[in-house]
Design a protein around this ligand. Sequence first.
Ligand code: NOJ
Length: 923
Amino acid sequence: MKSIVVLHHLLLFFFLLFSHVSSWKKEEFRNCNQTPFCKRARSRKPQHCNLIATDVTINDGDLVAKLITPNRFEQNPDQNSTDFQPNPLILSLSVYQDGILRFKIDEDPVYNPPKKRFQVPDVVVSEFESKKLWLQRYTKGVIDGESFFVYLFDGYEAVVRSDPFEVFVREQSSGKRVVSFNTHGLFDFEQLRVKKEGDEWEERFRTHTDSRPFGPQSISFDVSFYGADFVYGIPEHATSLVLKPTKGPGVEESEPYRLFNLDVFEYLHESPFGLYGSIPFMLSHGKSHGTSGFFWLNAAEMQIDVLGTGWDAESSIVLPSDQKRIDTLWMSEAGIVDAFFFIGPKPKDVVKQYASVTGTSAMPQLFATGYHQCRWNYRDEEDVKNVDSKFDEHDIPYDVLWLDIEHTDGKRYFTWDRALFPHPEEMQKDLFSRGRRMVTIVDPHIKRDDNYHIHKEASKNGYYVKDASGKDFDGWCWPGSSSYIDMVNPEIRSWWADKFAYSEYVGSTPSLYIWNDMNEPSVFNGPEVTMPRDALHYGKVEHRELHNAYGYYFHMATSEGLLKREGGKDRPFVLSRAFFPGTQRYGTVWTGDNIAEWEHLRVSVPMILTLGLTGITFSGADVGGFFGNPDTELLVRWYQVAAYLPFFRGHAHHDTKRREPWLFGERNTELMRDAIRVRYTYLPYFYTLFREANVTGVPVARPLWMEFPYVEATFNNDEAFMVGTGLLVQGVYAQRARDATVYLPSDHTWYDLRSGTAYKGGKTQKVEVTDADIPVFQRSGTIIPRKDRFRRSTVQMENDPYTLVIAVDGSGSAEGELYIDDGKSYEFKEGAYIHRRFIFSNGMLTSVNLAPSTSKFESDCTIERIILLGHTTKSKTARIEPSNQVTDIELGPLQIRSGVRSSVLTIRKPNVRVSDDWNIKLL
Ligand code: NOJ
């Protein structure tokens, strides 16, 4: 009997596995029409909401009001007598420093709702509360009805209009609106109910039934962005940077943008369907207002429509016609309204405002910013040794070698297949002896095997997510029958974190880091390949309420584990596939199972830029495409583009041909080597930018409009991007391209870093392209630090000297920064770092200290070359102070690379220490 059951399970497993790895199946996933809350919300007409804000008071520094339905002022707070009648809701609105408005709408506990609705904990950083401005009073006035005004920020106020209920932010002097909520009256809040006989709340999708024990509980509303030309954000979708309208006159009607973390194999490159992660944060940008943002902290399934102009023509709502506007509709299956308005008005203000709520990104270790080599799977220790030594043989730098699921003993994470990997510690130590690290995969599904220690402890301690009947949820994933750790519980997270201790994770060493995959969570036999919505978490929270945050908690717990194992001294590196607001504090993400096609290379850029705009700057896409075999040209181009994106990893599915960079003939090896080397030369610049992201939230890779907010031509450009303020990278996304059309913004001069050629900004330039590289330009007025010596990994580069590339602007000036710390610990938090500002002006370069004067961090690194772009001088020498030495100025190469023969002015061997104050004057 037992063997029949095993056989049946095996067959089921292979069936699921097979059906899972074939291409994307639309019918496996619900569309809006098959999702009742979405269908209902989408069919509502403007002015549907008839709520009135009443009983407005100031309480504990917040503005508080009741939202009631007219004629129900005299509410009987008895649940039974209010069946099918909505109870009043509670609105509370708070103001925070720097132009942030937060407001919550929830059920009023006075009416005894059957349970407390889920509010997502652990996302808003604790420092945020200290930024609250305690409201003392409101003023009353009339704007299309009685309204209540509170101070928000210099020149801005928040307004709550009573009837019909609306919340908005406006400029005080002009009265111009910035962002608004419920302007179109699409607000709807389905209140929890107690099930009675005859209530049919179950929802069916394919073979699955969702019991929905509390009935429908969705929330929907409209948000309008004023002065907006475009809206952006709300990852993760494989779409353009600009979010195209999904509905409205003249718009090709599509599904709304879906936010529901899903394991989507072979996703389409142009689709609003939900992928692995969700961030309900949208930014708008336009010429007239600038930038503003809206963030809804809610972890349930969400669907968002961007409404085309004129969608509301039939309503009688009149809005200022001199303000261009984009309206959006937000729909979520559960939770509460916990919403934030960010007033901007510059793009960097909005990302900083968002970062002050959800945190800035963790400072990565230096090694993590190098190149990563992954494959499903490097087979065994010999394979690992071989791949590692080939990098050396071919002189290609890399920092990390990755092991996918096959390295484990039967997909039991924290174990090794001892036949294939008999000496894991020696293997890691050997890699580390050459400065390289290893990453292994640890997924959240736990094999239900009584001999597996993780399963034994988790089941004994009740650490698994429960199914609707209260039993440990049992689903299918890589190991077969699996249960899922309930990471929402802090106690369980702490237990999980302890599993990364070297004594627990046998075979791990300090140079081993972690990859969290399948954490949407992926459940092969679950509805839409995930966990049923009525599964239960700690605190009786239904899975539907926190689905989008599940992977976030798993990532958090793993990151805490790496922190713990080294007593809080070593910065964790954990890559995660699922994400949620706040993920940036715990690690890195990648864009999942893309395809080896040109269009996927193309869409990887807006996907990564969008992640950066919404807080997660350390992200990347599988280089080469996960599925399929890229032709060699595509693979080379992919390396060339990805070398400038924050997270740089080659990865491939097990069915693909091997594609390490040396397998395509000498010329192609050279091209991929060059692309990876270029990345390594820019690591000082990247690291400086990661530090900026860590302090401010401003991303490393930026859409052009973030740097050029007034230049309209940049607003929907997602083929090019900025790395910091200095580099503009134009991807090449087509076969046999021999030229590229590049828009170079503003009145800057742009220096082509392949040749040193200067281009005038403010226009579109057509530039030549060869197979050797993609067009990359340095903006005039910037100074970029590099390390130009070729090494095997970041470790070997530690003491290498720097090159500074100065591109002067029209007035002969330029500025840039360099940040250095030990690259691994948290001592930088105590001020142990070097931070310099380089200022070039009037023929003199000065290095100014930005670090605390008490900084204990030392470096003997020097500056070995200074390249001057755009500077016309007859000087043949330069004087260095305070040493009073004179050095030569000569012509030299712009880049040290095969086949690049440009000659640019170079101050040779100034050999000043990077940590010292000095200046260099052209004589
Ligand atoms: C799915 C991930 O997206 C992919 O990168 C990985 O190789 C496989 N799971 C196997 O672990």
